[in-house]
Design a protein around this ligand. Structure first.
Ligand code: FAD
Length: 388
């Protein structure tokens, strides 16, 4: 049987597409036993759909490819996305940090809404079906030698958390069609470093730390885990990190001199803990690394030791050894090269009728709703262009 269109991938982008496109005869092929598994875990099950503020401010949140996604984001903005969900009975709420969620704080409500709309629009869902072969026909596509369609929409995500079904299995088929694939790497992922010194401090976090990876800067929260650096300040720069990269953290968020008053009576350990609001166990570790006796009177601290403490607090520098890999990564950096598609319609330039949307493309956003927003924007642009 020939379909008008097949969407490969029943994740966020595929379902956003189907929810926005009426069709007589459409099929969603999904590798997992159930669609939307990653959507269900997004925002810790609460689904941070997008971010507040001007859409102009989104561009800086997609790394080096930000400018290339501008037209799709401007056309289908964060406001459009909110209007879409609100018009379908999912009111939205914006948190103080700008993240936008469904008011119910349940990703499952978003998934139910999308599934309902996709079905009402005429799309059938086939689960447990991994697409591995795509053949070009004169007037369409043949998937796995069985499913024929006039138009084909690739919405297979990347490789992060492969147990969700997004396992990168579509990329060999896309490569075989002659599409360039930018090497796939984990992103929004914790960074491991040589000689990690904070194994005993798991759970300690810093608000608005200044993080630098090979010159790329970002101010956001940093979390110490038992084996790596995590938290949004680290995750958002992980796309730039490779083994040997230099990671620098300023836990205080800005460069400053430790001004210890001459009349200060406390020992250095207490002074640092009290005046900089730093966790006691972290201060102990910093002093040990700086070779400073924690019981030294703060006002008697030699300049050299003060400088050593300052260097750790404000310029703690590490050589990156790697990341914790795809099993922990929230997104994938790399994917179908953006020069392969028209970034207004998401149609492949070389293959008419083939559309590629969402994380399968070489687009990865920061934490904060930017990835689901791109999935939505690219899906709606493609649906309108495909005329479905
Ligand atoms: C833990 C976690 C939390 C996150 N939280 C947020 C958040 O709050 N806000 C945000 O904006 N982003 C978040 N993200 C990122 C966001 O979920 C993804 O960027 C988004 O889901 C990408 O949508 P997609 O449809 O392109 O890919 P996916 O959602 O990964 O969907 C791809 C689908 O295609 C299917 N598939 C793959 N290969 C094949 C194949 N060969 N044949 C058939 N089907 C196939 C998969 O099973 C999957 O269902 C989070 C990610 C993770 C892992």
């Amino acid at each position: 049987m020939k379909y008008d269109a097949i969407i490969i991938g029943g994740g966020a982008a595929g379902l956003f597409y189907a929810a926005n496109a009426k069709i007589n005869n459409g099929l969603i092929l999904e590798a997992s036993e159930a669609p939307g598994r990653k959507l269900l875990m997004s925002g810790a099950g609460q689904c941070n759909l997008t971010h507040g503020g001007s859409i102009k401010d989104f561009i800086g949140h997609y790394g080096p490819n930000g400018k290339k996604v501008r037209s799709a984001l401007y056309k289908v903005s964060n406001l459009k996305m909110q209007e879409f969900f609100e018009s379908h009975g999912i009111p939205m709420t914006e948190r103080d940090d700008g993240k936008i969620f469904p008011e119910s704080m349940r990703a499952s409500d978003v998934l139910k809404c999308l599934m309902h709309l996709a079905s009402a629009n005429g799309w059938k869902l086939m689960t447990g079906c991994r697409a591995e072969g795509i053949k070009l026909l004169e007037d369409g596509f043949l998937v796995n030698g069985r499913h024929e369609a006039e138009k084909l929409i690739i919405a297979c995500g990347g490789c992060s958390i492969p147990s969700t079904g997004s396992d990168g299995s579509i990329f060999p088929a896309l490569e075989a069609l002659g599409l360039e694939i930018v090497p796939l790497r984990p992103a929004l992922v914790p960074l491991t470093v040589q000689d990690y010194p904070y194994s005993e401090l798991s759970g300690i976090s810093f608000k608005n730390a200044l993080v630098t990876v090979d010159g790329h800067r970002n101010t956001d929260d940093v979390l110490l885990t038992h084996s790596n650096f995590s938290g949004p300040g680290i995750l958002n720069l992980s796309r730039y990190a490779k083994p040997g990269s230099t990671l620098t953290i300023n836990y205080l968020g800005k460069e400053q001199q430790l001004e210890i008053p001459a009349a200060e009576k406390r020992i250095i350990q207490h002074w640092l803990t009290d005046s900089l609001w730093l966790p006691k166990r972290f201060v102990e570790a910093v002093l040990a690394r700086a070779g400073v006796d924690p019981k030294t009177k703060a006002n008697q601290l030699p300049k050299k030791q003060r400088k050593a403490i300052e260097a750790i607090l404000m310029r703690d520098t590490f050589s990156v050894s790697g990341t914790t890999g795809f099993k922990n990564a929230m997104v994938t950096s790399g994917g179908v090269a953006l020069n392969e598609v028209d970034m207004k319609t998401f149609e492949a330039k070389k293959i008419r009728g083939l559309y590629i949307i969402g994380e399968t493309l070489d687009v990865d956003g920061d934490t904060g709703g930017y990835n689901l927003q791109f999935a939505f924007s690219s899906a709606v642009c493609a649906a309108e262009a495909a005329g479905l």
